[in-house]
Write a new protein. Structure first.
Length: 185
């Protein structure tokens, strides 16, 4: 689709793809321009502060997607196992069955750690809290539920990194498959 026909949401989605695969430091303006179909001047029109604004837009979009597809279903009424299954399906789709890296991990590990710490921390905190809420509803004490939720997010993120590092998406699939039973044990 020509860039002139892309919505801002489409542009941000294309930016997300570049940042999740290249990180902040590895994403050149030329690459971002090519991915979006926008010239560098058009990118600066949409994002006056350059890559920092692009990353902020990507994080805002990611936060919105996660709220709708992961956090809200975790906090919804229903059986804890079903709510966790919804999270697993959403994450499996979002991370393309373990082939798409996590942009949050890219931003935590890169030179931008301090610059984007607030929004990254907020997304992780909300994810842990939403997952802990399900576990409390399943009968666990809040402290135990929070620790298990943190461990689950760590396993998911670690599985993405390891699967990408060794080129074996089965690691991510196996992690997601085992997670519900481990969380609710």
């Amino acid at each position: 689709m020509p860039a002139a026909q892309l919505s801002r949401d489409d542009v941000v989605a294309r930016l997300l793809t570049v940042f999740r695969h290249r990180g902040y430091d590895g994403a050149s303006l030329q690459e971002l321009s090519k991915a979006t179909g926008l010239g560098k001047s058009s990118l600066y029109h949409y994002f006056p502060n350059g890559k920092d604004d692009m990353v902020r837009a990507v994080l805002a979009s990611l936060d919105e997607q996660l709220r709708e597809q992961v956090f809200a279903p975790l906090r919804a009424a229903g059986a804890p196992a079903r709510r966790i299954a919804v999270m697993i399906r959403a994450l499996d789709a979002f991370y393309a069955q373990g082939t798409a890296p996590c942009v949050l991990a890219q931003l935590v590990l890169g030179s931008t750690h301090a610059r984007f710490r607030g929004p990254v921390r907020a997304i992780f905190a909300e994810w842990v809290d939403a997952l802990a809420t399900v576990l409390v509803d399943a009968g666990l004490a809040r402290r135990t539920a929070t620790a298990r939720a943190q461990d689950a997010v760590l396993r998911i993120e670690g599985a993405l990194v390891l699967a990408g590092g060794v080129g074996d998406t089965a690691i991510f699939a196996r992690t997601l498959k085992r997670l519900p039973a481990d969380l609710l044990a």
